[in-house]
Ligand binder design. Structure first.
Ligand SMILES: [Zn+2]
Length: 163
């Protein structure tokens, strides 16, 4: 069985049924990866404290019908808030390395304008995709910029506000 040891920032956890769960992990080398924790509720006492969203952890993974987390050790917590990590999880493509964004999280200098630029959606000078007014937000669903008035009609969880 192929085994990997890497440092990861935990972006999200999705329970899946009663026993399993899926983690979104952000690594410097591989970008965003998803890994299962088999029967994670059973090993919750052992691993969950090390794999909370926002944790920066050393993670051991094995390749077994996809990636599976077998061990984790939390080293610290990144300062980005959980809502931003949730949105970042939606914004990142799977298995595309984004070392600049990873470094930003690690250095606690997370900034959406820079993140969007690294992802190819530069907010500089962008306008609302609906009415062409100045952009105030970015939609993670349609991948377009929106003014504050058009953005206010959408759900906040799929928007990134440009401050
Ligand atoms: Zn608009």
């Amino acid at each position: 069985v192929q085994e990997y040891l890497c440092e990861a920032i935990v972006l999200n956890f999705e329970p899946n049924g009663d026993l399993d769960g899926r983690f979104s992990l952000f690594t410097r080398k591989f970008g965003k990866i998803t890994a299962k924790a088999k029967s994670s509720r059973k090993i919750t006492s052992k691993l969950s404290g090390h794999l909370q969203p926002g944790s920066f952890s050393a993670v051991r993974l094995i390749e077994k019908n996809g990636l599976q987390v077998v061990d984790a050790l939390k080293k610290e917590r990144v300062s980005a808030d959980l809502d931003d990590l949730y949105r970042l999880n939606l914004a990142l493509a799977t298995e595309v390395a984004e070392p600049e964004i990873w470094d930003m999280l690690k250095d606690n200098s997370f900034n959406w304008r820079k993140v969007l630029r690294f992802l190819g959606w530069d907010p500089q000078g962008s306008v609302c995709g609906i009415c062409r007014r100045g952009a105030a937000a970015f939609s993670l669903r349609s991948h377009e910029f929106l003014c504050s008035s058009c953005a206010s009609r959408l759900s906040g969880s799929e928007l990134i506000y440009l401050h």
